[in-house]
Design a protein around this ligand. Structure first.
Ligand SMILES: [Zn+2]
Length: 503
């Protein structure tokens, strides 16, 4: 039995997104629990699809004593403020100091945090924890699959374990796998480790593990975890963080350096070989709606369109109106879009009441270039206080506090409207405002990939559309400045050779 200090700090930073994450963003948490310190963490994690929850379950089952420090997460956005970063890392470090004698530290991190002062938020977090525990104590970390991991991070952690699914249906399971690796470290000592980077960016849409090439890459990787290879991770990266180390990375841990190197090299070779296959069609808004109308003729299930560039899971605020306009302009019937995040519109709907007609500007709140509100008259069909619970595999049991919410209708288009942003990755995010997703001909989901876990089973077809939004689907179109030179900006795409200076 060991004594293990546990904590967590998760943020996925889109440096091209409109809003920074301050302390309040961590206390709202979006679909996550708010900042939690001490023993309350155990109740907050119970039954949740979060790595920390799985780690707690696995480590307690193995008989270990856990000492909770602080756990915090915010919805993806622009950089974490220095104030929030110093405060939360300070709380974790203080919790570790207060824990007394410990045998290891477990951290539930994301892997793509950029702060106002640090490009490598996780490397800096682990460095501060290392200062407290010294160079030898095991620090083990669970990671999201969307990490932009650095060599500094690799050198500071004893081992890390990342998700293997996107949509992330294995978050809790990853925590359990992390607990198993820690057990092995406590019994056998530290593993040899290997780290590799891949030199091309992969768009989110083609990282999905429900299809090739990404799914089979993970299958082959998992098959290597035998004999001297303890655990392997492949992170395809979060291709919207303007930092030197943005992009895919690979971690392998084994009994010997040769075991770790062999596994890491095999995974890297597999991904490099498949570079041309990380590709697919991205529609413009009108083209996507026209194609959805065509595909939905005679279909018994909805055609689902991913409004991928306004994905709140990647830094969008869920308020762009491009896809809404495309639906309204096409005069479609039995269509729904969600979640639109517009606090003023939600307030207006609640003030007017069910059945009322309101003339308001809807969406367009973030001022994204090329995006404006849709000013029109909407019927208020339903109202809700925004307290609801996820029912699908991704947001299972997530207690959501979405603020004032409503169903608005314009022509044949219904809008699931809320005050606080969360990714449309759960059918209940339509149902809670009275929209039955299975009865629609067309659904437009503000999500890139996570929606597939709950919506693929009810979808006739899935299309990916790019309306003006902050999460640019093709990373080659982003205004990079700090990315390391020599990276290809997309699979087989242009090579980045530094910013172009105009005068
Ligand atoms: Zn992720």
């Amino acid at each position: 039995m060991a004594r293990i200090a546990i904590g967590g700090f998760q943020h996925e930073t889109n440096t091209f997104a409109p809003t920074k994450a301050g302390w309040d963003a961590f206390n709202i948490g979006g679909g996550w629990p708010p900042v939690t310190t001490g023993n309350e963490l155990f109740a907050a994690m119970e039954g949740r699809n979060i790595s920390c929850a799985g780690f707690i379950e696995g480590a307690q089952a193995a008989g270990h004593e856990l000492v909770a420090t602080t756990w915090a997460a915010a919805a993806p956005s622009d950089v974490v403020t220095d104030e929030a970063f110093d405060r939360i890392t300070g709380m974790i470090c203080q919790g570790i100091r207060d824990a007394g004698a410990i045998d290891a530290v477990y951290l539930c991190l994301h892997g793509a945090m950029v702060t106002e002062s640090h490009e490598d938020g996780e490397g800096e977090t682990v460095a501060r924890v290392r200062e407290v525990v010294g160079p030898d104590l095991p620090i083990i970390v669970s990671l999201d699959l969307h990490g932009n991991m650095t060599r500094r991070f690799h050198e500071l952690v004893t081992a890390c374990v990342a998700y293997k699914t996107y949509p992330h249906v294995d978050m809790a399971d990853t925590g359990k796998r992390t607990a198993a690796v820690l057990d092995r470290i406590l019994a056998e000592g530290k593993p040899a480790k290997a780290y590799r980077q891949i030199d091309f960016l992969i768009p989110l849409s083609w990282q999905c593990t429900m299809m090739a090439p990404s799914g089979p890459v993970y299958d082959r990787m998992t098959a290597m975890e035998t004999g001297g290879v303890w655990t392997t991770s492949y992170l395809p990266g979060f291709p919207a963080a303007d930092i030197a180390d943005c992009g895919p990375s690979i971690f392998a841990y084994g009994a010997t350096q040769a075991d770790a190197d062999r596994a890491a090299d095999a995974i890297a070779a597999d991904i490099r070989r498949l570079e041309p296959e990380f590709a697919g069609k991205i529609y413009d808004p009108d083209e996507a709606v026209a194609e959805a109308v065509r595909l939905s003729q005679g279909a018994s299930k909805p055609v689902v369109i991913a409004d991928t560039q306004d994905n709140p899971g990647a830094g969008g605020n869920g308020d762009t109106a491009g896809m809404l306009k495309a639906l309204v302009n096409a005069g479609v019937e039995k269509a729904a879009i969600g979640l639109m995040i517009d606090p003023e519109a939600a307030k207006a709907a609640h003030a007017a009441g069910v059945g009322a007609q309101i003339t308001i500007p809807l969406g367009g709140c973030s001022g994204i270039p090329g995006d404006t509100p849709l000013e029109a008259t909407y019927t208020v069909e339903a109202l809700h206080d925004g307290q609801t619970t996820g029912t699908g595999p991704f947001y299972k049991n997530a207690k959501m506090r979405l603020g004032l919410s409503a169903c608005l209708r314009i022509g044949g288009v219904r809008i699931a409207l809320a005050t606080h942003k969360v990714q449309m990755a759960d059918q209940n995010l339509y149902r809670y405002v009275g929209i039955e997703p299975t009865e629609q001909a067309i659904l437009v989901n503000k999500s890139s990939v996570h929606f597939r876990a709950d919506f693929a089973p009810i979808a006739h077809e899935i299309l990916v559309a790019a309306a003006p939004g902050p999460m640019i689907a093709d990373p080659a179109k982003l205004p990079w400045k700090k990315l390391r030179r020599g990276m290809r900006l997309s699979p087989l795409g242009p090579v980045w050779n530094g910013p172009v200076w105009n005068g």
